[in-house]
Design a protein around this ligand. Structure first.
Ligand code: MN
Length: 728
């Protein structure tokens, strides 16, 4: 085993490297700031994912997607391969061989993977929710935090600490998969370890050991690419029976996330939970809430309990920790779940430890991983006996080089490229932020317009930063991020300004299809104005239902429903339309604005000029026509972007919706199924609005495109939504 990875000396980064760069802690590339932004965005991300998983669950119910209760199948024994014995009676030698094969880039046979899952499921399903572990006097237990598919960290830990035995126990504290590229291998190794050492190796469930989450976060894709869907289901079945937490020598409580929001929870309550389910994203019962909290919560410095910005679990204060420890007669809590820069972190008067074991998380977070060691023969006195931070050397299969080269490259990278890496992280961060900007595109525009008193599209840096922070609701150093997100600066009165139109125009989703549907809406509005009469004042009254001199959003919506009953515009779309006309941004259209949009100084024909589609009349003023056409195009473009962004943002749930109808898993659905899938999605996700006519139009376009294939390829449909960050 020791030959797999040679262990370089412990790295204590803070002492060694400070002389190279004298960093200002608040600069954007400083380790601290960079790191803080990263975790902030990470948490923000998760709340979006939680919402999507709730929608997926509702979709399953609406579409009646069969809840195929996967029966517990037996281990396959008839195959030729000598990696494991046919009775799955594993020893550490088998596990070492397995690790060696994986590290050498060999693919583990699908039969082995499935057998491991079946055996582990059988082994775990009868175990209680709380694992009580006794560390022997002469022994120790190594506690490992999140590994997230980072094979290098797991191999490093095993090499360093040695194979498990009665005096060398392990507790892996959840989040084995997602993010990293080797979730399958990590969990396969952990499974084999557990099966070979049922009494010395323990696994706690993490919030990532849950199907819907894996669908969104990439583990499903990984397993299907490496094996198949069936194998994925075997793994998920196994995830569902993983224990929820563990207690070391009746003193130390180890759980992936944190404590329940309810204050009087004891181990008896926890053991009472029916855990063989996906982790509830929307708990229906107290039991489910406790289960979610255990796997999702985070500690906070303030007292009490608060909602968690992750969208699941809670934030619990030092008093909650004290109370829980006292009630259950424990001394310390060890939890993971949170990326911490040094691999570990201590809170709540040294009674709540965070432990994170994925070093250089996602290949660019720059953090150390850590493990904690508790020795049975020593007093713990609230503390682990040892904490080891490390930066695991990357494995050859992760880099395609020899181990010596990898270590050398790693060392050089750590020394020389620290700042460069952080810079790279900022770019990765801005790519994520681009998603958020897209998500709140209209809100941002609305507030920029509102803040722009001079209507010159320019706002001050401070204004820009305030609005970004208010609307996106992420605490980030927006002023410092500005050069990355909105690099073009315009000077006005000697001050730097952001042109918000140019800024927003940088963030678009590319999707190629003809949007003639909106032409038809414009035609109808135009026809209606024309039908009512040549006098614009009369036309205005047609829209100003209560006669107060302003067309409100509601009025506009009502009239549109009246004149285009088959269209069902979403309120966002009506709002957009209103904003396109509402020049002063006060939220309503007055007559002047109405005139400006639909009329010109002297001509009745102006009405038709304003929307230049089918109503052709003489074009007596070229300039006016041009600017009106530009307005119209702009409006159309914006509505189209709104729709495309909506699809883009919900692409994971959209894909799930199609899958509900794609019963044979071919990746194709019929035109009807396509429409039904989108409608099902709309029925459970109320924030997505697409008019019926638009769905029909889309389905028709797509079926014509893929005529030969006998259906709509929804995968390629979804892939067509691609993010474009336009850099001028
Ligand atoms: Mn987690």
């Amino acid at each position: 085993m020791a030959s797999l990875v040679s262990i370089s000396g412990e790295k204590s980064s803070n002492n060694n490297n400070n002389n190279t760069t004298n960093e200002d802690d608040t600069s954007l590339t400083s380790k601290k700031e960079n790191f803080r932004m990263w975790s902030e965005v990470d948490q923000y991300d998760e709340s979006h994912v939680i919402n999507q998983s709730i929608v997926m669950r509702s979709l399953d119910m609406v579409t009646g997607r069969s809840r195929r209760r996967r029966r517990h199948s037996t281990v396959i024994t008839e195959f030729e391969n000598d990696l494991f014995p046919t009775d799955m009676n594993l020893t550490n030698q088998h596990v070492e061989k397995l690790v060696e094969e994986i590290v050498n880039g060999k693919k583990i046979d699908i039969v082995h993977v499935q057998n491991l899952m079946k055996s582990l499921t059988a082994l775990l399903r009868t175990k209680p929710n709380v694992t009580e572990i006794t560390v022997p006097k002469d022994g120790r237990i190594t506690v490992v935090g999140d590994t997230h598919g980072q094979l290098s960290d797991l191999v490093y830990i095993l090499t360093r600490q040695g194979m498990p035995n009665e005096n060398n126990m392990y507790l892996f504290n959840g989040d084995f998969v997602d993010r990293g590229l080797f979730g399958t291998e990590v969990f396969v190794i952990l499974s084999a370890l557990k099966i070979a050492n049922p009494k010395f190796v323990f696994l706690n469930r993490g919030n990532h050991e849950s199907e819907k989450y894996n669908v969104i976060y990439g583990f499903e894709k990984e397993v299907v690419e490496k094996y198949d869907k069936k194998t994925f289901h075997h793994i998920e079945t196994c995830f569902n029976v993983l224990p929820l937490c563990a207690v070391l020598n009746k003193e130390v409580f180890v759980v992936h996330g944190g404590l329940p929001r309810n204050r009087k929870i004891t181990l008896r309550h926890i053991n009472h939970i029916h855990r063989n389910i996906e982790i509830p994203s929307k708990p229906d019962t107290t039991e489910e809430q406790i289960m979610q909290d255990l796997l999702w919560s985070d500690p906070m410095d303030e007292y009490g309990v608060e909602p968690n910005s992750r969208g699941a679990g809670c934030l619990f204060g030092p008093n909650i920790t004290k109370k829980f420890l006292k009630l259950n007669n424990f001394k310390t809590i060890i939890r993971s779940h949170e990326l911490v820069d040094d691999g570990y972190d201590i809170k709540h008067d040294d009674q709540c430890y965070t432990l994170f074991s994925a070093s250089n998380y996602c290949g660019d977070a720059g953090n150390e991983g850590a493990i904690m060691i508790f020795k049975g023969g020593l007093h713990w006195n609230h503390h682990p006996n040892e904490i080891h931070p490390y930066m695991a050397p990357r494995l050859a299969i992760e880099k395609g080089k020899t181990m010596a080269e990898i270590e050398e490259a790693e060392r050089q990278q750590l020394e020389k490229e620290k700042n460069k890496r952080r810079e790279a992280r900022i770019y990765k961060l801005t790519d994520k932020l681009a998603d958020y900007i897209l998500r709140f595109h209209e809100d941002l525009e609305f507030h920029f317009v509102k803040a722009n008193e001079k209507s010159n599209d320019l706002i001050t840096m401070e204004n820009w930063a305030d609005i970004m922070s208010d609307i996106l609701k992420v605490k980030l150093p927006w002023l410092k991020l500005r050069p990355y997100l909105a690099p073009d600066v315009e000077i006005l009165d000697g001050m730097e300004h952001v042109n918000f139109r140019k800024f927003l125009a940088r963030y678009v989703i590319d999707f190629d299809y003809d949007h003639s549907f909106f032409d038809s809406i414009l035609d109808r509005i135009n026809e209606e104005i024309h039908r009512v009469g040549d006098d614009l004042k009369v036309a205005f009254k047609r829209f100003d239902l209560d006669g107060d001199g302003n067309i409100s959003c509601q009025e506009l919506g009502l009239v549109l429903t009246d004149i285009c009953p088959d269209v069902h515009l979403a309120s966002e779309q009506i709002e957009q339309l209103l904003r396109a006309i509402d020049a002063d941004g006060d939220g309503a259209i007055d007559f002047e604005e109405f005139m400006k949009k639909f009329g010109n100084n002297n001509s009745n024909a102006a009405l038709t000029n304003a929307t230049s589609t089918t109503m052709t009349t003489k074009k007596d003023n070229d300039d006016d026509v041009k600017s009106s056409e530009a307005d119209h195009l702009d409006w159309k473009k914006r509505l189209k972007q709104h729709l495309i962004r909506t699809f883009y943002e919900n692409r994971a749930t959209l894909n799930h919706a199609f899958q509900c109808y794609d019963t044979d898993g071919s990746g194709f659905v019929s035109q009807d199924e396509f429409q039904n899938a989108i409608k099902a999605l709309l029925s459970v996700e109320t924030s997505i609005k697409v008019p019926d006519i638009e769905i029909q139009y889309l389905a028709k376009t797509l079926i014509e495109e893929s005529k030969d294939e006998g259906g709509i390829n929804y995968n390629s449909f979804i892939e067509r939504f691609s993010k474009q960050q336009i850099t001028s």
